[in-house]
Write a protein that binds this ligand. Structure first.
Ligand code: 7TS
Length: 404
């Protein structure tokens, strides 16, 4: 039986063309790009092409920096800790403003900086699951806020934040703005000429590139202390020998992600909607967030009376890969923090299951997955100790959250 992969927000299949592009740089052109001999210099054209593809993929200017690093967790740590060193540790600012629903690499970095004395203000999301510009205006303090960090799109719900408006509020107030664009690249247009961010992070493995390589955009003229000191690679902004094959792969992955934006927003969106309709035809299910506010590949669903983990195992036995929200949080038995932030009731907050598609997902896979999800929901509810007994609402209509 062929397995079906519906966990593309956790990581994606490497596009075979990307792997082929990387291949020569392992055993043939393996020189260190900083070496003066031909082994070193012969990799420069491929690196330059990859960098050009990254710059044009997000519409950065050649005055801006894109720092190549190991992953988005590193990029996000670099921004938060760099700003702490530059603006908070010895003043003149004291505060970082963020949201309740950031990835743990942002939330936990903020918690760490709080332990060092930074003030961290966490903005709530509204009933749509996002933070709007008015909320940010209420939380920002030009005299003390050093940085605002808000993701472009949420990894669990797919909800897209109004980053352009948020970045403009920051600019008006003279406050730096960072966005974690990990889940946005290849799903929505990401254009730093239109959206005035100071820092933006991305990670190749979320858009069909390899794991273990990412990028940090830094707007021209913006200072950021390095996280990793050492050699002069990346203009001194991030030491360590550049991972040439992975950079080459990420460059092509970025170009292909942008080329596939229209496909993602038509074909992938149609398949996602088909799966979502099938899920909502099961009684007492909820899909979090309005469709038009979400990235085209993501569904966060919950099925009353069913533990998320139980359904994951059930689906896994049928060869279907989904996740209970973020794989990074899958060890935790706490209710899903995104559900808590959106004030979704506790019994549903324990039951979140995320299905995330990619341009490699087929209609046949979606139909097989839909049938397996229905079978699993029926089976698990039949053996559930709570479903259909005390506490059940009696209202068995399924809906998208945000609908009356
Ligand atoms: N930021 C966001 C929004 C993410 O979704 C992830 C990974 C990261 C940062 C970390 O990226 P990395 O390059 O360091 O791996 N998110 C998930 C997820 O949703 N399930 O597994 C990993």
């Amino acid at each position: 039986m062929d397995r079906i992969y519906l966990d593309s927000n956790a990581t994606t299949i490497v596009d075979p063309r990307i792997r082929e592009t990387m291949d020569p740089f392992f055993c043939r052109q393996y020189g260190n790009p900083n070496s003066l001999h031909s082994f070193g210099t012969e990799v420069h054209p491929a690196m330059r092409l990859a960098m050009d593809r990254l710059y044009s993929g997000i519409n950065a200017s050649d005055q801006d920096d894109i720092v190549i690093n190991s992953c988005a967790s590193e990029g996000n740590n670099h921004v938060l800790k760099g700003v702490w060193f530059d603006l908070i540790r010895n003043g003149p600012k004291s505060e970082i403003v963020t949201t309740q629903v950031e990835h743990p690499c942002v939330r936990n970095s903020c918690a760490f900086l709080e332990s060092l004395g930074a003030k961290v203000t966490t903005m709530p999301v509204n009933s749509d699951g996002i933070v709007d510009a008015d909320t940010l205006r209420r939380h920002i303090h030009p005299d003390r806020t050093a940085l605002v960090s808000v993701m472009w799109a949420n990894n669990e719900t797919g909800l897209i934040f109004p980053v352009r408006e948020l970045a403009e509020v920051c600019r008006e107030n003279g406050v730096l703005f960072h966005t974690d664009a990990v889940q946005a690249i290849g799903k929505v247009p990401v254009d730093v000429a239109r959206v005035p961010v100071d820092f933006l992070t991305f990670s190749a493995h979320k858009f069909h590139g390899p794991k273990g390589v990412g990028g940090l955009f830094i707007r021209r003229g913006v200072k950021l202390t390095p996280l990793i000191h050492g050699g002069e690679q990346m203009g001194g902004k991030r030491a360590g020998t550049v991972n040439v094959p992975y950079l080459v792969g990420m460059g092509l992955a970025m170009e292909m992600a942008v080329d596939n934006l229209a496909f993602e927003n038509s074909a992938v969106r149609r398949l996602r909607d088909r799966l979502e309709d099938a899920i909502l035809s099961i009684p007492e299910t909820l899909v979090v967030g309005k469709r038009e506010l979400r990235t085209p590949n993501t569904i966060l669903a919950s099925f009353r009376g069913i533990e998320g983990e139980a359904m994951i195992w059930d689906l896994n036995a049928s060869g279907i890969a989904a996740s209970t929200g973020s794989a990074c949080a899958s060890e935790s038995l706490e209710p899903n923090p995104t559900f808590v932030a959106m004030r979704i009731s506790d019994d549903l907050a324990h039951t979140g299951i995320r299905f995330s598609l990619s341009r490699f997902t087929t209609a046949e896979e979606i139909d097989r997955a839909a049938a397996a999800i229905r079978r699993s929901a029926e089976r698990l509810r039949a053996i559930s100790s709570t479903y259909g007994k005390a506490g059940q609402t009696g209202n068995n209509r399924s809906k998208r959250n945000g609908e009356e």
